[in-house]
Design a protein around this ligand. Structure first.
Ligand code: SF4
Length: 108
């Protein structure tokens, strides 16, 4: 009885330790993901094709409205207050929260 009980207790403790470790590292993993990747090169063909700029105030494209920024675009994967974050349109790259491109789409 004691062997079975001890084994079960050890498994439960191991499970709890692993779960706690997972919970503790999850925010770090999210931060690492959010900060990972190179910044989009504004002079790259893809960025130029979409008129992407790190600083939306430098955009002269008449399509852009004053309140449109990467941080409030549906494709921005960071939080609204993040200075940089991943964008679905530029896979593996970071875009500026204050940036903009012609693929901008309002968050729903
Ligand atoms: Fe910024 Fe949206 Fe364009 Fe991505 S798709 S670069 S988040 S405006």
């Amino acid at each position: 009885m004691s062997n079975k009980s001890d084994g079960s207790g050890a498994s439960r403790r191991r499970f709890l330790l692993v779960s706690a470790a997972g919970l503790a590292t999850a925010p770090l993993a999210r931060v690492a993901f959010a900060q990972g990747g190179e910044k989009v090169d504004e002079n790259s063909p893809a960025a130029k094709a979409l008129d992407y700029h790190h600083d939306a105030s430098k955009v002269t494209n008449p399509k852009r409205k004053k309140d449109q920024f990467c941080h409030n675009c549906q494709f921005f994967q960071g939080k609204a207050q993040d200075q940089w974050g991943p964008c679905l349109v530029f896979p593996g790259k970071q875009v500026a929260g204050a940036g903009w491109c012609s693929s901008w789409l309002a968050k729903t």
